[in-house]
Design a protein around this ligand. Structure first.
Ligand SMILES: C[S@@+](CC[C@H](N)C(=O)[O-])C[C@H]1O[C@@H](n2cnc3c(N)ncnc32)[C@H](O)[C@@H]1O
Length: 242
């Protein structure tokens, strides 16, 4: 398991505070509630620390899955009323269906079209005909920006985190790139530790997403995100199982 989603998982609330997910989660809920009843059963693939889930659970009954036990443990602290299962979104099979499957930024971990198709197939097998899959990748090839960002916050217990996120330019023709993270963790006693992690992410043209969804057996549409955040709006892929 990576440093980010392993050793640093308990610091997820300081790295990416749950309050910052409220606006986007409200939009995801609005999109889903145009097609689902309140209280519908929703499966999330790659729930991480459960920060989107914390807001979505006000509208839906959530089942939360992730590859990392440490991230699932964080989510279970925040969302004790939700079912949690360890599982890889490429292979997960819970043996049942849901009204919808939600896949947020964890889908960026799919670095080849084969892996992306596997994640779509996982969503498909957890839906009955007419069921919905909502994918929210951070980026498409068309909007990829090799930027450097920083963030972090201070905890009530005296711990603090600051990080640098350095996304590198893509090689020509690549379907994946990598991002280097530098973390500075300050403990309540004032001591500090430094961590490095490198994550590989997939980046695909929008047309590839749409073609793969159709091949998996979905009808798909692109929904522009509505956001007041100081960042380019994302594009959501809403897919209905035929
Ligand atoms: C940025 S975090 C997700 C945070 C989440 N959106 C939230 O609301 O807290 C990315 C997550 O993807 C998970 N992940 C990466 N590859 C995965 C895979 N193949 N299957 C399931 N989860 C995966 C990681 O373990 C990590 O928890």
């Amino acid at each position: 398991m990576s440093v980010f989603y392993g050793e640093l998982a308990p610091l997820w609330p300081l790295i990416s505070p749950v309050e910052e997910y409220a606006e986007e989660a409200a939009f995801f809920a609005k999109v889903l509630l145009q097609r689902l009843r309140p209280g519908a059963q929703v499966l999330e693939l790659g729930c991480g620390g459960g920060h989107n889930a914390f807001h979505l659970k006000k509208h839906f009954q959530l089942t939360l899955t992730d590859l990392s036990d440490a991230m699932l443990a964080q989510s279970a602290l925040l969302n004790p009323e939700c079912a949690h299962h360890r599982g890889d979104m490429r292979t997960l099979d819970l043996g049942r269906t849901f009204d919808a499957v939600f896949v947020h930024d964890a889908v960026d971990s799919m670095t080849t079209t084969d892996e992306l198709a596997q994640a779509m197939a996982t969503a498909f097998r957890h839906l009955a005909p007419g069921g919905l899959a909502l994918f929210v990748p951070d980026v498409f090839l068309e909007s990829f920006d090799p930027a450097t960002e920083s963030g972090g916050s201070d905890g009530a217990d005296g711990r603090s985190v600051r990080y640098l996120e350095w996304t590198h330019p893509l090689e020509p023709g690549a379907t994946s790139g990598f991002v280097d993270y530098g973390f500075l963790v300050r403990e309540a006693d004032g001591s500090a530790r430094v961590f490095h992690d490198r994550q590989r992410f997939g980046v695909f043209p929008r047309s590839t997403w749409l073609e793969l969804l159709v091949e998996e057996g979905f009808e798909a549409e692109v929904i522009p995100e509505e956001t007041a955040d100081d960042r380019p709006p994302r594009s959501l892929l809403l897919a209905t199982r035929r």
